[in-house]
Design a protein around this ligand. Structure first.
Ligand code: GLU
Length: 449
């Protein structure tokens, strides 16, 4: 890890002291602070008003018990979280993650990232995140529903379309949002569509929201390539993960002329030299809710499943980590570079470790951080809120066009901000500085709150 600016060292020390043991949160804060040296020099008013210290401390943190009854009649207890991080630009906005790895440090890292990501979209949304250590794997429909209902029975009092608007993340998709929305509606007796995003199309959801994160990541890479006179045409692409983000990244890469040759899950990865068959992948993951190993079995045609191992061993021009945090470590970055990778863009949140990011950048690989490259999901959530507020419903084409414009806008912001602060071509600094300054300016205007 590189040295922080002297003015930022005490800020980081305080974050470590206050949030002991929350390693992912430390990592996310350090990554942003590393980018802020030129901002400290250029905008001393932020330091005088302690804006950076304030941004690192969530406005509110909610932790609650989630009791539910499993199919055998046994009472189960999970822990629920919602970290309402920053509301300078709009209501808290960010997803809910249901995964056994969830604890306060994960929720805080995600909430912290969300502040800047949401600012970059240019939409009026603050940053927050939530979730539970509940493991949906192997749970029945009834168990999932009862868990969601219990979770919302506590969370509803903290939400509202002008207060806090959750959506999905790992383990929370359309099915879970349905159960959560149903319970919110029942408890409050209000059809408050704008309180959750990622809803079904017939009950207030937005077209293209499901596709938005994956599509957005690919649109962002397309902008990066275009800025260098290149395109996806003929590119060999590896996409880690096989959830919502990965599936729609695969689809958009194929639409733009590239070929995705590998996808993965926590059990291993699949290599399919003919190009991943999207219909089959969706059938396996979305309908059967099965593992990618089943994809290889059903596909035939030489597609093979490698149990365990690293998907980053598969040579490619473009690598899109779309699975989870810290899934692309330094050794993987070294292999990617040795195999001639040109672009790495984060579809997931913080999938690349700090050492791997440094290595890729030193090797001259174009690197797009998640705050910029995966902002399409939350941006389209904001478009869903906009449709809910005006009681309107847009076409798929119109919504996708808005998404593409937003991603192009984020790309431009990263490039111009990096130029302005003397770090041309540095998308990490561009994204961090641009997102930070927008939030900081709003906080300055609002006084000490
Ligand atoms: N969980 C997604 C993210 O990481 C989407 C959040 C949202 O739509 O509010 O940005």
């Amino acid at each position: 890890m590189s040295q922080l600016h002297p003015a930022l060292q005490p800020v980081y020390a305080e974050v470590l002291h206050r949030n002991q043991g929350e390693l992912e949160f430390h990592q996310a804060v350090h990554e942003v602070l590393e980018s802020l040296s030129p901002v400290v020099e250029k905008r001393p008013e932020y330091v005088e008003a302690s804006i950076i210290e304030r941004i690192c401390e969530p406005e509110r943190q909610i932790i609650f018990r989630v009791p539910w009854v499993d199919d055998q009649g046994t009472v189960r207890i999970n822990r629920g979280f919602r970290v309402e991080f920053n509301s300078a630009l709009g209501p808290y906005k960010g997803g809910l993650r249901f995964h056994p790895s969830v604890y306060l440090g994960i929720v805080k890292f995600l909430g912290f990232e969300q502040i800047f990501k949401n600012a970059l979209t240019g939409m009026p949304i603050g940053g927050g995140k939530g979730g539970s250590d509940f493991d949906p794997k192997g749970r029945s429909e009834g168990e999932i529903m009862r868990f969601c209902q219990s979770f919302m029975t506590e969370l509803y009092r903290h939400l509202g379309e002008y207060t806090d608007v959750p959506a999905g993340d790992t383990g929370v998709g359309g099915r879970e949002i349905g159960y959560l929305f149903g319970q919110y509606k029942r408890i409050t007796n209000r059809y408050e569509s704008g309180v959750l995003t990622g809803k079904g199309i017939t009950w207030g959801g937005s077209r293209a929201r499901t596709e938005a994160t994956g599509y957005g990541t690919v649109f962002f890479v397309d902008e990066m390539l275009r800025a260098r006179g290149s395109s996806f045409d003929g590119k060999r692409v590896v996409v880690s993960g096989s959830g919502n983000v990965a599936i729609y990244a695969v689809q958009k890469v194929h639409q733009l002329g590239g070929t995705v040759v590998a996808v993965s899950d926590s059990g291993g990865y699949v290599v399919d030299e003919a190009g991943i068959d999207l219909d089959l992948l969706r059938e396996v993951k979305e309908v059967r809710r099965e593992r990618v190993s089943e994809y290889a079995e059903l596909r035939g045609n030489g597609a093979r499943h490698i149990a365990g191992g690293s998907i980053w061993d598969v040579p490619c021009d473009v690598a899109l980590p779309c699975a989870t945090q810290n899934e692309l470590p330094e050794e993987a970055a070294r292999t990617l570079v040795a195999n001639g990778v040109q672009v790495v863009a984060e579809g997931a949140n913080m999938p690349t470790t700090p050492g791997a990011v440094a290595l890729l950048r030193q090797a001259g690989v174009l690197f797009a951080p998640g705050k910029a490259a995966n902002a399409g999901g939350v941006a389209t959530s904001a478009l869903e809120m906009q449709q809910n507020a005006s009681r309107d419903r847009w076409t798929f084409e119109h919504t996708e066009e808005r998404l593409a414009d937003i991603m192009a806008g984020i790309h431009l912001q990263c490039v111009t901000t990096a130029d302005e602060y003397g770090v041309p071509g540095d998308y990490v600094a561009g994204a961090n500085i641009s997102g930070f300054c927008q939030v900081a300016d709003a906080m300055l205007a609002m006084g000490v709150i």
